[in-house]
Design a protein around this ligand. Structure first.
Ligand code: NAI
Length: 245
């Protein structure tokens, strides 16, 4: 798909990987919907507009089906049909399973996995009609290899992989692709909170010996949006941490 002129909705795009993707798509000439739970700042909107594209900020909680639908409606009214959806918003709430409450588990699943369902289910109709569209889900290496202290997060991210493959099969005949990106350790607010010692240990275990940059994840999203013959795949952007057999 030619990205120039498309309308892209990126959930959780007020910072980190989501914001890096917003900039990368804007550079390619796409109009951007920035989204976060809190209102999106005018400074951020102006920054994206400086690439010569339209940009709107729509705040709301993707974990709520009705709010997700309302946000999509608002975006479509202001920009036109959304042709690229990136399900990026996600949270962590790490603790060992024995200390994890049902609420700790459910909250992470509700945002990371149900949130992607809420958005995808409601963005599809116009894509099906147009016989074109791209859905990109941001999973994680945790969902592929597991991670102690992240049973909730890993379950949500593994769930996204199954979701991606199923949706890909359902919509392929209509020319829509659905893929996932599994980032490894990327420098953002989410990983900033990790203890320095853990960061050092993790770095040693990464073949490329460093954390990734949000821009490097954004590059993969651009690649998946531009390609029309890749679907149902998980692309790792992880410095070689997980290597598929
Ligand atoms: P971040 O914490 O910096 O940003 C998350 C964004 O999601 C924020 O804009 C926040 O407002 C938004 N958000 C959270 N809950 C929301 C909700 N219910 N509704 C709407 N927006 C919501 O996170 P980061 O690091 O940029 O991660 C982005 C995605 O990449 C997440 O899905 C994360 O799980 C995934 N990821 C990140 C990795 C990393 O090392 N940073 C590694 C693997 C995956």
């Amino acid at each position: 798909m030619e990205i120039n002129g498309q309308n892209v909705f990126i959930t959780g795009s007020t910072r980190g990987i989501g914001l890096a993707m917003a900039k990368a798509f804007a550079k390619k000439g796409a109009n951007i919907v920035l989204n976060g739970r809190k209102p999106v700042s005018d400074t951020l909107i102006d920054e994206i507009k400086s690439y010569g594209v339209q940009c709107i900020g729509i705040s709301g909680d993707i974990a709520d089906f009705n709010q997700a639908g309302e946000m999509l409606k608002q975006a479509q009214t202001q920009l036109g049909a959304i042709s690229i959806l990136i399900n990026n918003a996600g949270i962590t709430n790490d603790k060992l399973l024995l200390r994890m409450s049902a609420q700790d588990f459910e909250e992470v699943l509700k945002i990371n996995l149900t949130g992607a369902f809420n958005m995808t289910q409601q963005v599809l109709k116009p894509m099906l009609k147009a016989r074109a569209g791209k859905i990109i889900n941001i999973s994680s290496v945790s969902g592929l290899m597991g991670n102690a202290g992240q049973a909730n997060y890993a379950a949500s991210k593994a769930g996204l992989v199954g979701f991606t493959k199923s949706v890909a099969r359902e919509v392929a005949q209509r020319g829509i692709t659905c893929n996932a990106i599994a980032p490894g350790f990327i420098q953002t607010d989410m990983t900033e909170v990790l203890a320095d010692k853990l960061k050092e240990e993790v770095t040693k275990s990464i073949p490329l010996q460093r954390f990734g940059k949000a821009e490097e994840v954004a590059q993969a999203a651009i690649f998946l949006a531009e390609n029309d013959y890749i679907t149902g795949q998980v692309i790792n952007v992880d410095g070689g941490l997980v290597m598929h057999g």
